[in-house]
Design a protein around this ligand. Structure first.
Ligand code: NAP
Length: 346
């Protein structure tokens, strides 16, 4: 099969990152990206050479782009007509409306974690259920938090055969580019308990029994998860072997807060900037080695999630699953990550 043509509907925080990750791959290309109207993000699309389309099909809105000096190729329908799959990166809750458009265009689709599992009846993370998504018409890449939980819990579950988890999501209040969200001087508990985050893991790995609470805190850079997992009797693990298991897990980074002098999310983000990916992204889940401890059969640990970027390589793997070109999730992950690494090192 030739290069997979991928449309990005919504070129915002997630959309622009997914576009770059696709551009890095040899087996896929960005057929176009959409914006609702001319704004600063259009410049980036033009600079990258991504064909720019309007989110809507009406001529009035399309013509607004040229008035601001941007060349707009057409409306969403034109883009869907020349693409194999669309990655929907629109703000959450627009899914139902957009799904109709994708279905009438007869195109495969991937939604993001701002949409509910019920929209697609299928969800995705690379390590949990790649095979289940093979050749599917459409799916949803779960949220940044669910992706993060899945990265460390799935290998643990696969070793143990069962797992009961309680966790607290300590959530960033807003993305760095958002000016309309908060809190800015408060800690805000999510009063819908349990929160949706833990149970959302069960949309990709239903066998993991998990519940969660969530609080929003005044930071923009990362989420932190505080996790307690009860392992079944006879698991045969100790703290060191769990750390080794995660060291061998793709897209998990383990460092020692004290010895590596990386005690908070501020230093983790500084380390991410050193890696050299654009926007200072960290696709990996960060686990503090000295914050992991197995006491009896109960495992305690903390992990940090770069909310804007951990789902990005998952979208690439998900495209391969839907298009039926790679059934082995580990091979896809390796291919995705090596390509991204080359892309940013040249
Ligand atoms: N940000 C995160 O940390 C994060 C992490 C994981 C998952 N997600 C999920 O990813 C999705 C996108 O979030 P985001 O943070 O990237 O949002 P965002 O930064 O607000 O970007 C949304 C993009 O969608 C465009 N858009 C607006 N209305 C649209 C419509 N009707 N159809 C198509 N596109 C439309 C916007 O266009 P304009 O630029 O023209 O306004 C913008 O480019 C959501 O489901 C979210 O829950 C977000």
């Amino acid at each position: 099969m030739g290069s997979i043509k991928v449309a990005i509907n919504g070129f915002g925080t997630i959309g622009k990152r997914v576009a770059d990750a696709i551009d890095a791959q040899e087996d896929m290309e960005v057929s176009g990206v959409t914006k609702t109207g001319p704004s600063f993000g259009c410049e980036l699309a033009i600079k990258k050479g991504f064909p720019l389309y309007c989110t809507f099909d009406d001529d009035d809105r399309i013509s607004q782009f040229s008035k601001k000096g941007y060349s707009c190729v057409g409306g969403l329908s034109d883009l869907l007509a020349i693409s194999d799959v669309v990655v929907d990166c629109s703000p959450g809750k627009l899914g139902a409306e957009n799904l109709e458009k994708y279905q009438s265009a007869g195109i495969k689709y991937i939604f993001q974690g701002g949409e509910k599992h019920e929209l697609t009846g299928l969800s995705y993370t690379s390590s949990a259920n790649h095979l289940e998504n093979l050749n599917a018409i459409g799916t949803r890449v779960v949220s940044c938090n669910t992706t993060g939980l899945s990265r460390t819990l799935v290998p643990l579950f696969e070793h143990c055969g069962s797992l009961k988890v309680e966790c607290t999501m300590i959530r960033r209040a807003a993305d760095p580019g958002d000016s309309g969200k908060g809190p800015i001087n408060a800690i805000k508990p999510v009063l819908k308990v349990p929160s949706h985050h833990g149970p959302d893991v069960m949309t990709v790995k239903p066998e993991i029994e998990i519940n969660s609470l969530a609080v929003a805190v005044p930071t923009t850079i990362m989420h932190v998860h505080s996790i307690i997992a009860d392992l079944p009797k006879g698991h045969g693990l100790d703290t060191d072997s769990i750390l080794r298991m995660w060291t061998d897990t793709p897209r998990v980074i383990i460092m020692n807060g004290l010895e590596d002098r990386i005690p908070t999310t501020a230093e983790v983000m500084e380390m991410a900037r050193d890696i050299g990916r654009k926007w200072g992204d960290l696709h990996e889940i960060f686990v503090w080695e000295d914050g992991v401890k197995l006491v009896g059969d109960r495992l305690y640990y903390f992990q940090a999630i770069h909310q804007e970027s951990d789902v990005i390589p998952e979208n690439v793997d998900c495209i391969r699953a839907l298009m039926g070109v790679e059934g082995d999730w580990r091979k896809s992950v390796l291919r995705t990550d090596e390509a991204i690494s080359r892309y940013y090192s040249t």
